[in-house]
Design a binder for this molecule. Structure first.
Ligand SMILES: C[S@@+](CC[C@H](N)C(=O)[O-])C[C@H]1O[C@@H](n2cnc3c(N)ncnc32)[C@H](O)[C@@H]1O
Length: 240
């Protein structure tokens, strides 16, 4: 098994990071653009990510009102498509039309249907779905959409907008096989790495905020403690 640190052009990493004792999860506390530029081409199998939407979300430190936001998104998407063959990303419903003007075209637009959502819709009343763009790769699920209500999460610290863990397991199992490496350059409270632990994937996750990075480590430690093993390998859980 290739060590996760081999994905980088120079080691050791010079920013705070945490490598799980079994070596299957690497969390990095840094700006993902800087880290992506240090990664070898095709050094991971896929990217699953949920970037900030530039809608003024109240993060602890990150200001969610970046100037030239779409240029920034197009730049990190290009880096992701260099390091991986497949990228699954939630662009945010209000940003979807801009993403369709980028130089890379998605292979498919998947859908997360949230029956109990209450966000205002640009159409008229309530917005109950989110686009999930997939660039490249192949889709492993029979259906191209997920129906999953939003619920309160208790282990995600003060992160204002964690994705549900079931969303994370749907996403990582949709674009990767067990044992493969998933990269999340905007990992927040660590939903993607926890989903990877639960489903037997390896994971590199990057988060700029030290507090959310720390929450991610705690969640991963708890997930490892909770994951049943069979001869040292995680037992793959079925999606409910
Ligand atoms: C929508 S949240 C991700 C939430 C995550 N899916 C979860 O379930 O917790 C986006 C995250 O990107 C982080 N972020 C913003 N700019 C970043 C950057 N340049 N590098 C790394 N992380 C960044 C923010 O701090 C925030 O936690």
């Amino acid at each position: 098994m290739t060590p996760l640190l081999d994905a980088f052009s120079d080691t050791p990493l010079d920013c705070p990071h945490w490598l799980s004792p079994c070596g299957t999860v690497l969390l990095i506390n840094s700006d993902s653009m800087a880290v992506l530029q240090r990664m070898h081409a095709k050094s991971v199998n896929c990217v699953v990510t949920d970037p900030p939407y530039n809608i003024g979300e109240q993060y602890a430190n990150y200001e969610d009102n970046r100037v030239a936001y779409y240029e920034w998104c197009e730049e990190w998407l290009s880096h992701c498509l260099c390091v991986a063959e497949c990228v699954l990303v939630t662009p945010g419903t209000p940003n979807l039309t801009h993403w369709t003007k980028f130089k890379h075209d998605p292979a498919w637009i998947h859908c997360w249907y949230k029956p109990n959502a209450t966000n205002r819709s640009g159409a008229r009343w309530v917005n109950v779905w989110e686009p999930v763009l997939r660039y490249g790769g192949k889709w492993r699920h029979y259906h191209d959409s997920l129906r999953l209500s939003i619920g309160r999460q208790t282990d995600t610290g003060n992160h204002p907008c964690p994705k549900p863990l079931k969303w994370g397991t749907w996403a990582v199992t949709g674009v990767s096989d067990a044992g493969q490496i998933v990269l999340d350059p905007f990992s927040g409270s660590g939903t993607t790495p926890v989903a990877c632990i639960q489903t037997g994937r390896r994971c590199i996750a990057i988060e700029i905020d030290p507090g959310y990075f720390a929450v991610g480590i705690s969640r991963c430690e708890a997930a490892f403690a909770d994951t049943a093993t069979f001869f040292g390998r995680p037992v793959q859980r079925e999606l409910a």
